[in-house]
Design a protein. Structure first.
Length: 814
C-alpha cells in the first residue's frame, strides 16, 4: 500500500505545481525563458498557457489572417538574403563591377517582420563577398576575400542600425591568413566561406571547393572579446555544421574509408561529429594571445570531436554523391515574445539529406538514391552526458541510429521542402491539381508530443511507411488517391492528422551494406484548406512564411491590383512609386480606398506630374525645409505660368563686350548661361576659326572670356559638369583630318580633371573599308552626361557618321 500512496502523492505534487509543469513543457520542446515577463501581473500559469497555445496552433494548423509584406525595395535585385530572428536580411550591389565575374556586394537591407517601413539600405562604403547577420544582436559580419591569391580574408563586424563598427566588439575587424600553407599546393581554387553566429560565438568555415581536396578550416571566435576559441581542421573531407546547443558544435561529415585498402580512399560512410565549444580560460590558454588584427590559421591546433555518431556504411557498389545539413533556428533564437520571451535552448530535431550513386552499368546508366533523414537530438544529448568530454567516443550505427532516426526515400518530384527543421517541426508542400495553390503538411518528430496525440490519429498505410515513402503531403492518407481523400474530408475536418509510432519501422535497402531500419515516431498534419502558391515556405518562430519574387511591371493589370489591395497604405505608396503614371491612375479607379490613397499622397501626385511632363528631380538638390507639397506647387505654378503667359518684368542683359572682336553668329544657351564663340584677331575679318569663348550667366553683370590658345571650329558645353568640348581640325586638308577634341573646365579653362584623356584625335584618312567614305565637311557636338556625341557631316550630303565616347573613361562606345 505505501507505494501507490507515494505515487499518488508524487502525481499530485506535479499536478498542482505550475512551475514544474512549465519546466517539463519547456524541456520537452527544447526551449528556455531568457527574459523576465514583459507584462505586469504575468504569472507562470499564463506563460504555460501561451506555450501550449503555440504548440497546439501548429498541430492544428491554426493561422491568423496573412500579412503581405514587402521585404526589399521593388527596384533592387537582392539575390543574397536570409530570414533570422524576425527580420529579412538581404545583400546586393549598386556599384559597377570592377572585373569579369565580380559578384561582390556593397549594401545590406534589413526589414523587420510586421513593419511597414522599408529602411534605406546600409552602405558600408566597400565591397564584400559574403555576410551573415543576427538581427537580435544588431550584428552583421562582412567577409572580404583576397581576390588575387585566395589566401586570406578580412572580417568586419558592423551594427545593423548604424552601419558603424559594432560597439560591443573589442576587435571590429581582423584578417585570417593561410598563405604559407595554401601556397604549397598550387591546385587550390578560389576561397569561399560559410559563417554562422550563435550568441557571442562566431564560426567561419573556410573552403577551396575547386581545389584538389575537400580541405577546410573552421575557426571559432568570441566576437565580443575578439579571442579565437578554437580551430577544426580537415584535409580529407568537407562538412556541414550547426550548433547542437550553446556548448556544442555539430558537424555532418564523411569519414575516411574504413575498408582497409590503402588504394581505396573514397569515403564510404558519413557521421555526426560533436565538438565542445571552448569557453573557459583554461581551455583556450594556448590561443589567448594579445588582441591583434591578424590570425594565421595553420598556427593553431585542431580540436578533436568528443563524440562521433556513425551512420550506415555504403555498399561497395555505391559512392557518396552529396550530403546536406541546413541549419534552422539556433540555440538562443527567439520563438515568440508575449508575456515573456521564449527561445530555443538546443536543437530538437536535425534534418539531413544524403545522396548516393551506384557505379555505372556497362551501358553507362548511373542510379541515384536520395534520402531525407530526421534525427532526434535527445539521444545525442544523453550520450554527451554519459561520455567523458576529454575523450572521443565513437558510437556505431547499431547502438544509436535505429531509435533516434527516421529515414525517407526523397524521390518525389511533386513535393518540395528544404532540409530544415524548426524545433521538432518540418514543413513540406506540393501543388494542388489546379497548379495555383499549395497543399501544406507539418511533420512533428518529438516523441513526447506525439504520444499525447495518438488518440487523434487515423490508420496509415503501413507498406508505404515501411518503404520510407510516407513523407509526401497527402501521400499516406489514401494510397489509391490521396487527393480524393483530402477532398472527401473537406466538409468534416480542417486538417488531416496521421501518426506513425515507433512500432511501425522504416527499412531502406538501396546503397548500404545492410538494410537500414529506423523507428523514430512522427506525426503528419496536412492542412486541407489550400494555401497560396509561393516559391518557398518555412516555419520561423510563430510564423508561417511564404516567399516569392514579385515583378510588378510585368504583371497584368488585374493581378497587380489584386496584389496591391493586400498591402498596407505605406507599402502601397512605396510600390506605386516604381510604377508608371498610367498604372497609378488605373489603381486609383479600382475602389474608393485606392482613390483616397492617391489623393492623400502628395509624393504620388508629384510622381505623376513629373512623369507626365518628362521631368525628374535631381537627388539632394532640394533646399533645407523643402517638402513634396512645395515642390508640387512650384511645378504647377511653372505649368500655369506658360499656359497663361504670366511673365515677370523684363530684364535686359548684355551678353558680351562690344570691343572683344568678331563674333560667331550663333550663341549657345544652356543651364541659364550664354556661351559665345568669337575670334579676336587683326589679321582678317573672318568668323572662323574661333579662338575664344565668352561666358555670361543670367542675372549677372560679370562676364568672362576664355582663351584656349588654339583654333576652334566647333564647341559644346555642359555647365552642370563644368565641361566645354572644343573641336579643332585642319580646314585646308581635303577631308579635315585629323580631328582633335579638347575637354576643358569652363571655370578655369584647364584640361578637365575627370577626363582620362582630356585631348584625343579622330582620324579619317586611313580607312580599311574602301566602300565607305569618311570625309566630312563639318561637325555637330553634343554632351549628355557621360556621353560625348560627335556627328561628322559629309561634304556631298547624306547621313554622315556619328561617333560616341564615354568622355570620362575615354572609351569609344560606337
Amino acid at each position: 500500500m505505501p507505494q501507490p500512496q507515494t505515487c499518488i502523492r508524487s502525481h499530485e505534487i506535479v499536478h498542482l505545481s505550475v512551475t514544474l509543469q512549465l519546466r517539463i513543457e519547456l524541456e520537452v520542446d527544447g526551449l528556455g525563458i531568457v527574459k523576465r515577463p514583459s507584462r505586469v501581473n504575468t504569472n507562470y500559469q499564463s506563460i504555460l498557457q501561451e506555450l501550449k497555445e503555440y504548440r497546439n496552433a501548429w498541430l492544428n494548423f491554426r493561422l491568423n489572417p496573412p500579412v503581405i509584406q514587402l521585404i526589399v525595395d521593388p527596384d533592387v535585385s537582392c539575390p543574397h538574403w536570409e530570414i533570422r530572428n524576425g527580420a529579412c536580411i538581404g545583400g546586393f550591389r549598386e556599384s559597377e563591377a570592377e572585373y569579369e565575374d565580380d559578384d561582390r556586394l556593397d549594401r545590406i537591407q534589413v526589414v523587420y517582420f510586421y513593419s511597414s517601413v522599408v529602411p534605406s539600405p546600409l552602405d558600408f562604403k566597400k565591397k564584400f563577398d559574403h555576410f551573415v547577420a543576427d538581427a537580435n544582436q544588431e550584428l552583421v559580419v562582412l567577409i572580404e576575400y583576397d581576390v588575387e591569391r585566395s589566401v586570406s580574408a578580412r572580417v568586419d563586424l558592423h551594427h545593423t542600425v548604424t552601419g558603424q563598427p559594432h560597439p560591443l566588439a573589442r576587435l571590429p575587424n581582423f584578417t585570417v591568413r593561410f598563405e604559407d600553407y595554401i601556397e604549397e599546393a598550387p591546385t587550390w581554387g578560389p576561397l569561399q566561406t560559410n559563417p554562422m553566429i550563435m550568441g557571442s560565438i562566431l564560426v567561419i568555415k573556410f573552403t577551396w571547393p575547386e581545389g584538389s581536396s575537400d580541405y577546410y578550416d573552421m575557426l571559432m571566435w568570441n566576437w565580443r572579446s575578439g579571442h579565437l576559441l578554437g580551430r577544426i581542421h580537415s584535409e580529407t573531407n568537407d562538412a556541414e555544421f550547426t550548433f547542437l546547443d550553446k556548448n556544442h558544435l555539430l558537424l555532418f561529415s564523411s569519414l575516411p574509408n574504413s575498408s582497409g585498402d590503402p588504394d581505396f580512399e573514397i569515403p564510404n560512410q558519413v557521421a555526426l561529429l560533436i565538438y565542445r565549444v571552448p569557453t573557459a580560460a583554461g581551455e583556450t590558454a594556448g590561443l589567448q594571445e594579445p588582441l591583434n588584427t591578424g590570425f594565421y590559421a595553420p598556427s593553431y591546433p585542431s580540436l578533436e570531436p568528443i563524440l562521433i555518431l556513425e551512420l550506415p556504411k555504403l555498399n561497395s557498389a555505391y559512392r557518396l554523391h552529396n550530403y546536406v545539413l541546413t541549419p534552422g533556428s539556433l540555440p538562443g533564437d527567439p520563438i515568440y515574445n508575449k508575456s515573456t520571451e521564449v527561445v530555443y535552448s538546443h536543437i530538437n530535431t536535425l534534418a539531413l539529406k544524403l545522396w548516393i550513386t551506384k557505379s555505372p552499368t556497362e551501358h553507362g546508366i548511373r542510379t541515384t538514391a536520395r534520402y531525407a533523414i530526421f534525427v532526434n537530438s535527445h539521444i545525442i544529448l544523453g550520450l554527451l552526458c554519459r561520455n567523458s568530454p576529454r575523450e572521443t567516443a565513437r558510437v556505431p550505427w547499431s547502438q544509436w541510429g535505429t531509435i533516434a532516426t527516421r529515414w525517407f526515400v526523397d524521390d518525389d518530384l511533386t513535393a518540395a521542402h528544404i532540409a530544415r527543421t524548426e524545433g521538432s517541426l518540418h514543413l513540406r508542400w506540393n501543388l494542388a491539381h489546379s497548379g495555383t495553390a499549395h497543399i501544406l503538411s507539418v511533420l512533428e518528430f518529438n516523441p513526447r508530443i506525439i504520444r499525447r496525440n495518438v488518440y487523434d490519429s487515423s490508420e496509415i498505410a503501413r507498406k508505404r511507411v515501411l518503404e520510407g515513402r510516407g513523407l509526401t503531403p497527402g501521400d499516406a492518407f489514401n494510397a489509391a488517391d490521396p487527393w480524393t481523400s483530402i477532398r472527401n474530408n473537406l466538409d468534416y475536418h480542417s486538417n488531416l492528422t496521421k501518426i506513425v509510432e515507433s512500432d511501425m519501422k522504416t527499412v531502406v535497402h538501396s546503397g548500404f551494406e545492410e538494410p537500414v531500419e529506423s523507428t523514430l515516431p512522427y506525426m503528419i498534419i496536412t492542412r486541407v484548406q489550400r494555401m497560396p502558391r509561393y516559391a518557398h515556405w518555412r516555419i520561423h518562430g510563430d510564423c508561417l512564411v511564404g516567399t516569392r519574387a514579385v515583378n510588378i511591371q510585368t504583371m497584368n493589370a488585374k493581378t497587380r491590383v489584386q496584389l496591391f489591395t493586400k498591402f498596407p497604405s505605406e507599402v502601397l505608396v512605396r510600390i506605386l512609386h516604381h510604377c508608371n503614371y498610367r498604372t497609378i491612375l488605373r489603381f486609383s479607379m479600382t475602389c474608393k480606398n485606392s482613390y483616397e490613397i492617391i489623393r492623400q499622397s502628395i509624393s504620388l501626385q508629384l510622381h505623376i506630374e513629373l512623369e507626365v511632363n518628362g521631368l525628374e528631380i535631381v537627388k539632394q538638390s532640394p533646399k533645407v525645409g523643402t517638402s513634396y507639397a512645395s515642390i508640387l506647387q512650384e511645378l504647377k505654378d511653372y505649368q500655369d505660368a506658360w499656359l497663361n503667359f504670366r511673365l515677370s518684368p523684363a530684364y535686359l542683359q548684355r551678353t558680351a563686350d562690344s570691343d572683344i572682336g568678331i563674333f560667331r553668329p550663333e550663341w549657345e544657351l544652356r543651364n541659364e548661361t550664354y556661351f559665345g564663340g568669337f575670334r579676336q584677331s587683326e589679321e582678317d575679318n573672318q568668323y572662323y576659326p574661333l579662338n575664344r569663348i565668352q561666358v555670361a550667366r543670367f542675372y549677372s553683370t560679370i562676364r568672362s572670356s576664355l582663351d584656349f590658345k588654339k583654333k576652334i571650329e566647333e564647341f559644346a558645353v555642359d555647365p552642370k559638369q563644368d565641361l566645354i568640348v572644343l573641336v579643332e581640325y585642319d580646314t585646308e586638308h581635303s577631308t579635315f583630318s585629323p580631328v582633335c577634341l579638347h575637354l576643358h573646365h569652363i571655370t578655369t579653362g584647364d584640361p578637365h580633371s575627370l577626363a582620362r584623356f582630356p585631348i584625343f584625335t579622330a582620324r579619317f584618312d586611313h580607312c580599311k573599308d574602301t566602300r565607305s567614305t569618311l570625309e566630312f565637311a563639318g561637325t555637330n557636338v553634343t554632351v549628355v552626361e557621360d556621353l560625348l556625341v560627335v556627328h561628322f557631316f559629309p561634304p556631298t550630303g547624306g547621313n554622315g557618321n556619328t561617333l560616341i565616347w564615354d568622355w570620362k573613361s575615354g572609351l569609344l562606345l560606337g
